[in-house]
Design a protein around this ligand. Sequence first.
Ligand SMILES: [Zn+2]
Length: 233
Amino acid sequence: MKDLMSLFYRKLLTAALTLFLCVEWGPLNAERSRWGIASGDPFVKEVVLTFDDGPREHGMQELMAVLGEHGIHATFFLVGKFAERYAPITLSLAAAGHEIANHSYTHPKLYTLWVEKIMREAERCDEVVEALGLRKTRFLRPPGGSFNIKIFNAMRRMGLRLGLWSLNSADYTGRPTEEIVHLVTRSVKPGTVVLMHSGVPNTVTALPQIIRELHAQGYHFVRLEDLWNGGRT
Ligand SMILES: [Zn+2]
């Protein structure tokens, strides 16, 4: 009976430890802090457009054209294997002045991995960017925005910062253009970081209206690193 109880407690401890290490934390809304950024100064009319999961085979030229027409620099969280596969697109994003940030190499659920694997995912993405002669990025956005203590640990060792968001456009759900426009233009506040995705046609068609409306409201568009550095550059 005693053995049975100790086995029970051992199992309970293992289960608790597994839960602690593997359960996802977040996404988290937080102001700029030591570990990362999810939004900016709530009194400055700046907004950041972030695009995840690119570069994609299709839709990138259209996306870059819209941003270019309006003179906007955005932040692209790239998946390393796509940045490698579509290297010319990666290079043109950087050449257009957009910020290239880290979204892992294969887009796994990072919170389920061990620290070394998490670091390898982030490093491989950085290596692709560096091999293309581009500047190594400061921000990591874990796929899904979920993170835990292992991800913090990996980031601390690598000197990376979390780059999160404060407004989810949910463009990946296939919602119509008008819904994306309304959600974003009604919800943006000073310092908002908007989550969008590369290669979503409705996002590209929504952007001109979003940009025009927010410009009319007096907003400036900046990159995440500009927000981190305290404003427009
Ligand atoms: Zn993603």
